[in-house]
Design a protein around this ligand. Structure first.
Ligand code: ADP
Ligand code: MG
Length: 367
């Protein structure tokens, strides 16, 4: 059992506030990912939870008990870092059992725990090897094994896959998801990589400059981003952003004019909108498709053929990199002139304040 509650957590280094009031609840067995650009405060927040950084103000609760003043060793957490920090002179088994030896756990119990961790992580054949004789992925698994043997209430990971190559990162993502399922533990995972967040998280916490931008499941964030930042950060390839102006308002819908004058009709909560208002239109790459009747005219500047997908970089609407994602292999060639149609379901409108304009008026609770 492990739930965490972060209540207006703040961290300042001297006059500089780097964590600016985080409120968050993490439920038992949840896989929570903190994601955001480099320097946004992810590691600092994780280290505050671990007890490695003092909390300037606010409260950290684990299982409903305040732990601000509890030392790192007594919080029931285990942390896995990007740098594996294995002891080079110890074998895999000794590395994994070291914390237990320090804690004076009897040898038979220690060996059993190491053997169980090795089984879960498929490290059995490597127990007598030294770290230098392991691949990067195996070393990272040993670092995770060191955490597993301690049987923590919560696992904390700080960018554990950053030192691995792309293929191995993909494989380790799957292994970590499987591990979460096997161990039934609460996990908090920090990364700057939105793909890791999308593929592993039950709940994603998007951070920017020490604040939470949005909390939600991967698909909630993808389909209902709260603001421009989340819309641009989540999703690969990125959402296309175009400056538009309101050109007409109907019941529950708005028509916007693109830079070329082309019009797009969208469902929207029209309260607060008026003709001529400047907005930003976000269009997911898969919401643009080739269509001779489409309202956007452009020239293909680059084609990326990925086999199952084709990405077109189109010069249109004052941009040279409007990204169009097409299923399968498209015969389209570079410099071809194309017409694009816009699927409204993959469109999002943002006000000048960067906040999403809702697709429909929010229901007011019935009295
Ligand atoms: P992230 O892990 O998201 O890349 P960090 O949590 O490491 O970001 O850092 C967040 C911010 O806090 C950064 O601007 C960083 O420069 C600042 N910071 C981190 N540690 C210290 C420190 N010991 N003293 C002053 N500023 C720090
Ligand atoms: Mg960091």
């Amino acid at each position: 059992m492990a739930t965490l509650s972060l209540r207006n957590l703040k961290k300042a280094y001297g006059p500089v506030e780097v964590i600016k009031g985080i409120n968050l609840d993490i439920v038992d067995r949840e896989f929570v990912v903190f994601v955001g650009p480099s320097g946004c405060g992810k590691s600092t927040l994780l280290r505050m939870i671990a007890g490695l950084e003092e909390i300037t103000s606010g409260e950290l609760m684990i299982d409903e008990k305040r732990v601000n003043e509890v030392g790192p060793a007594d919080r029931g957490l285990a942390m896995v870092f990007q740098s594996y920090a294995l002891y080079p002179h110890m074998t895999v088994a000794q590395n994994m059992g070291f914390a237990l030896r320090l804690a004076k756990v009897p040898k038979t119990e220690r060996d059993a725990k190491v053997a169980e961790a090795a089984r879960i992580l498929q490290l059995g054949p490597y127990l007598e090897r030294k770290p230098k004789d392991l691949s990067g992925g195996q070393r990272q698994r040993v670092a995770i094994g060191r955490a597993i043997v301690r049987d923590p209430k919560v696992f904390l990971f700080d960018e554990p896959l950053s030192n691995l190559d792309a293929a191995l990162r993909g494989q380790m993502r799957i292994e970590l998801s499987r591990l979460h399922d096997d161990l039934n533990a609460t996990m908090i995972y920090v990364t700057h990589d939105q793909i890791e967040a999308m593929t592993m998280a039950d709940k994603i916490v998007v951070l920017q400059a020490g604040r939470i931008e949005q909390v939600g499941s991967p698909l909630e964030l993808y389909h209902n981003p709260a603001n421009l930042f989340v819309a641009g950060f989540i999703g690969s390839p990125r959402m296309n952003m175009l400056p538009v102006t309101v050109s007409g308002i109907g019941p529950g819908s708005v028509e916007v004019a693109l830079p070329s004058g082309a019009r797009v009709l969208l469902p929207a909560d029209t309260g607060g909108l008026h003709d001529g208002l400047a907005l930003t239109l976000g269009i997911r790459p898969e919401a643009l498709r080739l269509d001779p009747a489409g309202q956007i005219t452009g020239e293909v500047m680059l084609v990326e053929r990925l086999g199952g997908l084709t990405l077109l970089h189109v010069g249109a609407e004052g941009r040279d990199d409007l990204i169009v994602q097409i299923e399968g292999s498209s015969p389209v060639e570079m410099h071809q002139h194309v017409q694009l149609a816009v699927e409204y379901t993959g469109c999002h409108l943002f006000g000048a304040d960067g906040l999403t304009i809702q697709k429909q008026a929010l229901q007011t609770a019935a009295a």
